[in-house]
Design a protein around this ligand. Structure first.
Ligand SMILES: [Fe+2]
Ligand SMILES: [Fe+2]
Length: 284
């Protein structure tokens, strides 16, 4: 791959909207032991786009609230901290997944559902492993944004569409990552990690996004191991992030690193399936 193309790919990174400061400040408040709803309301209100999306989401069938909620304060009271955080991240991440990824053959809705379900999975794993609230937050964000690099690379998978199809036909056993490397000389984990680093995200998040397809790299840290596992599990459950979904396997090293059993994984997948069913009809 030419230096020129690589440069163009990384330049495209600058055209992706940055992670909203409002969401970042809100997440900071949500991390505190004593949450002040009024303070949180002021922060979320400062970005009308986020506030509107948030209300739209909590009023959707997914949350089955007893009545329509028209104020942020009421929504907070119904939802509680964990749900507020998830709704906030869901509405923010929706902004990145608003276009179909045509080069990858994934619709905007599918990549969004894939990302949200990965967040559900990481949450269930974190509960199983009794992780700290800080780790849980890193996991939410890293799993929601793990495929961000696909948005950047989609432009190029489109440009090189013929070549992509040719390589895929000639190498039926390859996954999308191998094809990305062959055609573009970079993969979407690397591009996503680079982007989040540029936005000053904490190291455990950027590393997890960077490593989510690299079996050796992901097991070096707990957060990256869980994000990598969540991506494979979501794909195996049919909540796919691309046409190569079923080519990814769970390595025994990964399971050993996290100290999980097959039974644990079954339990986690069952819980996630129940939670994810209501998301199907949701449009953010
Ligand atoms: Fe991925
Ligand atoms: Fe993924």
């Amino acid at each position: 791959m030419s230096e020129f193309l690589l440069e163009r790919i990384f330049n495209k990174v600058d055209t992706i909207p940055t992670f909203p400061e409002t969401a970042r400040r809100a997440l900071e408040l949500l991390r505190r032991d004593e949450l002040d709803f009024r303070e949180l309301e002021q922060v979320i209100k400062s970005d009308p786009g986020i506030a509107v999306n948030f209300l739209k989401l909590v009023n959707s069938a997914a949350f089955s609230l007893p009545q329509k909620v028209d104020s942020l304060l009421k929504a907070f009271m119904y939802l509680g901290t964990d749900q507020i955080k998830l709704s906030l991240l869901a509405s923010v991440s929706g902004k990145y997944f608003s276009d179909n990824l045509t080069g990858y053959g994934i619709s905007a809705k599918d990549i969004w559902l894939h990302s949200i379900n990965c967040a559900f999975i990481t949450e269930e794993i974190a509960n199983e492993l009794k992780l700290s609230p800080e780790k849980k937050e890193s996991l939410y964000i890293a799993s929601l944004l793990h495929d961000l690099g696909k948005i950047v690379l989609d432009l190029y998978t489109n440009l090189e569409e013929v070549k992509f199809h040719e390589i895929t036909r000639e190498n039926p056993s390859w996954d999308f990552l191998q094809i990305e490397w062959f055609v573009l000389g970079v993969d979407h984990g690397m591009v996503g990690g680079y982007l989040l680093k540029k936005w000053d995200f904490p190291e455990d998040i950027t590393f997890a996004v960077r490593a989510h397809h690299d079996a050796d790299l992901m097991i070096q840290k707990k957060v990256s191991a869980i994000v990598g596992l969540s991506n494979i599990l979501a794909n195996l459950m049919g909540i796919t992030g691309g046409v190569d979904a079923f080519k990814y396997k769970i390595s025994s090293k990964l399971i050993e690193t996290l100290g999980l059993t097959t039974k644990d994984l079954e339990k986690i997948m069952f819980k996630v399936l129940k939670r994810s069913m209501f998301l199907e009809n949701l449009v953010v």
